[in-house]
Design a protein around this ligand. Sequence first.
Ligand code: PMT
Length: 404
Amino acid sequence: MAVKRILLGVTGGIAAYKSAELVRLLKKSGHEVRVVMTRGAEAFVTPLTFQALSGEPVRTSLLDPEAESGMGHIELAKWADQIVIAPASADFIARLAQGMADDLLTTLCCATEAPIAVAPAMNQAMWSNGRTQRNIALLESDPQICLWGPDQGAQACGDTGPGRMLEPAALHDLVDGNAQGALSGRRVIITAGPTREPIDPVRYISNHSSGKMGYALAAAARAAGAEVILVSGPVSISQPAGVEVRGVMTAQDMLQEAGRAVDEGCDLFIATAAVADYRPDSCAGDKIKKSDESMNLSLVRNPDTLATIAAREDAPFTVGFAAETRDVEHYALDKLTRKKLNMIVANDVSAPGLGFNSDDNAVTVLWSQGRQSIGPAPKAVLAQRLIALIAEQLTDNAGPTGAF
Ligand code: PMT
């Protein structure tokens, strides 16, 4: 982990008190930290708190002759390797999205060439508001900016929902594992969501995959600079900004669409999709009428997209997921070897609140030279750490292994 010069921007919100802990954690990891506060932030925490924790003077004003005679704002913008805005209020997000420079923090964001990570924190209704979401979409389409969070859950105002700032430990991990730029120039193809295998015109076989894990990985890979194609089964979540989504329905469609996307060029293939292993051997032309008799469905095996891509002569770096409810690592290692993958993400889906159709996940990544556990964490956070790890291995790795 490289030591970084981090400029922490604190804006006005109750979560500002948590940023004091973030400064402590970043300093403990050896990073240099300088804090800039907006006027709103000063209503919640004093500059003295951040000065004591960072060991550096805290900047609060753009037009401050005394502070400017030390390290001027342009110098400060150039000093930073990484800007982190935590908490980022709805007001600050709106001003950043419009490219305003009406206080020190927005001016620094305009003047810096460093990546800017934004950790939103606000009431759930403010987060869901259409104007906030339009501003968020603008930030998501900006290659210099990446969003860290928000999380969801109980809020200081008594509401429950999305808008909580990520916990300081999660933000600290994101700074350490930050993958910005790590996949620039790479073409990444990700499968996500479930497949649906039709029984008749109104019924199908499927599973509980929501697509959240795959979509979070697509957003993280995009933030890391990659061109990203998402081959997605039917889901009802929104498309990550800057990512091309190619929709499919069945396992056979997924194989065909993923193969076509890889033919167009692919450096990294990540399979998060929960593909139905079997499909009905035929689909009835009309709705099957019920009778008093029991009914047998005849199923045939579906093609395996991931194994097919990994077996190609021009195979990209391949990463599979293994969703298991017991002997998780044992089965994951078997898939790593059998499907000749570079890495496998072992996903224990037996724990409540993790895995299928949840906002959080916990995984153990296995590859020939190592293993790393990540989470439990929100899928967005986990995805960024996963992309950082995969990017590291992609750079180091000479060719497929799959062997232990
Ligand atoms: O979508 P979410 O609700 O966010 O949930 C995320 C998840 C739990 C679906 C995800 O994290 C996960 O674990 N995905 C793997 C699902 C799975 O059941 O994998 P598997 O063990 O059946 O398959 C192993 C690997 O081969 C997977 O990478 C799978 O995408 C791939 N595969 C499997 C069968 C098949 N016919 N084609 C494939 O490409």
